[in-house]
Design a protein around this ligand. Structure first.
Ligand SMILES: [Zn+2]
Length: 177
């Protein structure tokens, strides 16, 4: 259940834009976190408890190389970072299952999946490509004179904003007042 949020007017350049008002912090944030936690626990049974017990159940070094991803209808899915740990986990599967049950987790079956945090890699790649085209890079764009303050500035900045980055910041700040 999402509460309708107030909109507030914000100055943008010479005009105004409507923007969602920031939610009041503290109480709203903690109740939101509680909601997430409850939903999470409902959909994932007792996986939260399982995460807490995981280092004890799996033992090192298994615990830090494999982690429970989801628990649905008694089937526990375990993610493994590297193929060699996939094998180790397959090998330890019967003991792991026994230990999970001994700790009171109702697990019918274990499934093991290689898990790669692809999202993180994508973000890094896009950050790199953004930087490759960044207007403040002198080595790519060369250097030129700012039309406003006449100081030597990256040509990429002048091409993008018609002024250097410093002048652009001053312009943005002064238009906000
Ligand atoms: Zn300038």
């Amino acid at each position: 259940m999402a509460l309708p949020r107030k909109q507030e007017r914000k100055k943008f350049g010479s005009g105004e834009i409507l923007q969602e008002a920031a939610p009041p912090l503290a109480s709203d944030l903690s109740s939101c976190l509680e909601d997430i936690k409850r939903t999470w626990q409902r959909t994932n049974n007792n996986i939260a408890g399982l995460w807490q017990d995981w280092p004890k159940i799996a033992g090192e070094p298994l615990a830090s190389n494999c982690s429970p991803i989801s628990l649905r209808r008694g089937v526990l899915l375990i993610g493994v970072k590297h193929p060699q740990w996939l094998q180790a986990l397959q090998y330890n599967r019967p003991q792991l299952l026994a230990r999970l049950r001994a700790q009171g987790h109702e697990i019918k079956d274990l499934r093991i999946q290689q898990y790669q945090p692809k999202a993180t890699k994508k973000v890094l790649e896009s950050e790199q490509s953004i930087w490759a085209k960044h207007p403040s890079r002198i080595d790519v764009h060369g250097i030129s004179k700012c039309t406003k303050c006449s100081s030597p500035s990256p040509a990429g900045e002048l091409a993008m904003w018609g002024m250097c980055g410093f002048c652009r910041c001053k312009t943005i700040l002064s238009s906000n007042h």
